[in-house]
Design a protein around this ligand. Structure first.
Ligand SMILES: NC(=O)c1ccc[n+]([C@@H]2O[C@H](COP(=O)([O-])OP(=O)(O)OC[C@H]3O[C@@H](n4cnc5c(N)ncnc54)[C@H](OP(=O)(O)O)[C@@H]3O)[C@@H](O)[C@H]2O)c1
Length: 227
């Protein structure tokens, strides 16, 4: 990794979308760090894996120290998270805390850590949160997911406002159903042609990190395919 060039960090870069984002950002010319609990499989050529459990604040601090030492932060993409069904009035304390941590507090920790470093660097930066259509469309049976994703959307907007004068942009992409191996396994017989390929979501993220998107902050970009 170059000691000079600023780095794009992909939180949850071992996942279906996160890996596609890491591949895309390497192709875009960024030095890329994949941050997750396990490395991507298959490996992302050109990217560096750093173990980071986003539920553990000291892991996020260690990631920040590593990125600062290796060139500093250009961008962070929060691609971690995961779906689970539940009912708002039935979910247990532990489950609720875990799901809010996975889909809201973990990404918040990483975004905040990156923003502090970018502020100190003084030359701007990019933050992109992968959220979900669930943040803007109410559905029953996925309470913790909906609340966390809606919270992450508001966090995106709040951070965009708070960081307006720093040159740090904060945006979100909202995929609907993505074409992933897990979704193919979980929904056999579905019309996968309506789903959005992860590479297309990664392309939207790539644009938000591009020079052309410099004036764009606080946006929530729907990437729905035909789903
Ligand atoms: N799949 C869909 O159809 C769909 C639709 C809309 C929105 N989304 C959202 O898009 C994002 C990516 O989805 P996906 O399908 O790519 O999910 P995925 O394949 O299940 O990947 C999830 C990623 O989150 C990481 N992660 C989970 N807990 C973590 C932790 N404590 N610390 C660090 N990383 C952690 C996992 O890495 P490790 O396990 O290695 O830590 C993995 O890289 C999620 O936020 C999801 O809610 C997905």
């Amino acid at each position: 990794m170059s000691a000079q060039r600023r780095i794009a960090v992909v939180g949850g870069g071992s996942g279906a979308l996160g890996r596609a984002v890491a591949v895309r950002l390497v192709a875009d010319g960024f030095p890329v760090v994949v941050a997750a609990r396990r490395p991507p499989d298959p490996d992302v050529p050109g990217a560096v894996f750093v173990h980071c459990d986003l539920g553990v604040p000291s892991d996020v601090e260690a990631l920040d120290a590593r990125v600062r030492a290796d060139g500093g932060w250009a961008a962070v993409v929060n691609a971690s998270g995961g779906y689970a069904g539940d009912l708002a009035h039935r979910i247990g304390e532990e489950e609720r805390a875990a799901r809010l941590d996975l889909n809201l507090l973990g990404p918040w920790r990483l975004a905040a850590s990156a923003a502090r470093a970018m502020e100190e660097q003084g030359d701007g930066g990019r933050i992109v949160n992968v959220i979900s259509r669930a943040a803007v469309e109410v559905a029953a049976g996925q309470a913790a997911y909906q609340v966390a994703k809606a919270g992450l959307l508001r966090l995106t907007e709040v951070m965009a406002r708070e960081l307006l004068d720093s040159g740090i942009t904060v945006n979100a992409v909202l995929p609907s159903v993505m074409d992933t191996p897990a979704n193919r396994r979980g929904m056999p017989g579905a019309d996968t042609s309506r789903w959005v390929p992860v590479e297309r979501v990664a392309a939207a993220v790539s644009w938000l990190l591009s020079p052309e998107a410099g004036p764009v902050s606080g946006a929530a970009v729907p990437v729905y395919g035909r789903a």
